[in-house]
Ligand binder design. Sequence first.
Ligand code: CO
Length: 449
Amino acid sequence: VRRQPSVEEVAQGFDRGDVRALARALTWIDDGDPSGRELLGRVFARTGRARIVGITGSPGSGKSTLVDAMALRLAQAGRRVAVIAVDPSSAFSGGAILGDRIRMHASTQLPGVFVRSMATRGHVGGLSRATEDACDLLDAFGFDEVIIETVGVGQDEIEVVQVAHLCLVVLVPFMGDDIQAIKAGIMEIASAYVVNKADRDGADRLEAQLRGMLSLYDDGARDIPILRTVATRGDGVDELLATLARLWAERKDQPNARDTRARRRVEGLLRERLFEAWIAAPEATARLESALESVRRREVDPHGAVDALLAADMPALDHLAVAVRSTDEALAFWRDALGLGVSHVESVPSEGVRTTFLPLGATHVELLEPEGDGPVQQFLGKRGPGLHHCCVRVTDIHAAIERLRGLGVKLVGEAPRRGAQGRLVAFVHPSSAGGVLVELSQEASEGAP
Ligand code: CO
């Protein structure tokens, strides 16, 4: 068994221009291995130089041959070229088909052309994120051109080619109704159309159809170039590359282009991480599946399902409470020194206490100062100032109490009572909770008793 190289080793190889290090880094990205992210962080400052071109179109439109022809010309012109072949369906078809696809690429034999496949390995962010990370690695490695080629032209593929700066949509004469099927998603992303196999009958008709389709859209779409190629002979490839060069010169410095890409990526990652945090909670996957089933049976609409999932009984830390002799003295630390704000102050006569809440991340610190005799006064007399209780937020406090009682957990008092901010609260005795007083708290809801 060969030892896995460390991030440090791969980073050094990467810096030396060692293609094996690049291949390892891309495998990390493909597998969702955190090492890939670490390496990307180290080399990201070197990105922003490569031109990324996405190529999509129906199977059989000759994309791979076209990509080979383009890569060949670019390499002959002294450009360093990387090709990523992306197959969103590969999770089902396995690696063999993709391997065949790679061997089909004649450009793998060219010096300066690097060809690599990307497959769906089921990571949450999906293939487009992995492709974007792979493009960054290739860019940082020093490739001038990155070509992303997708297998088909489905929704996943459209997402993948949006990673690119420029997108080519490849069509062939006599593709029948396909032109109708693809137009919806493709209209927004095509930088140019390529009619490949243009030596066949029907090329004129296809171009006329395209022009007709584009004329229905706004002025910007009407100007989208339509090019003709016969990729097997290399016909039209120079014109195609010249058009790409012109489009690139026009678009790369457009004010919003870079900002939009950065925003899309950061916001996408944020969404993904928030989802990952949610799905990592106990029972979350099971609850998600059952919510999906309810939507399938039309028992609840998708919005209602998400409302229910987010409000479901997932215990969370609500606050930590500290018993103090003087709130003002305690605020000198919590507010003035530590910098927390005060969100709520309330006297709760039934408990003989004045509470002060300070938000801290998703939770709060609660300062408890005795007002008259009560449990907090007794706590201070017995144990002095210090951590008094921790509060766990629940959705249904009655159900939680019943469940805990059934498990033999000792509770303080019988029924839940009103605490600060109108909440229903109950307490678990420290003897059942490792010596800590645990408060259960349910958000006040309209019409609650
Ligand atoms: Co409390």
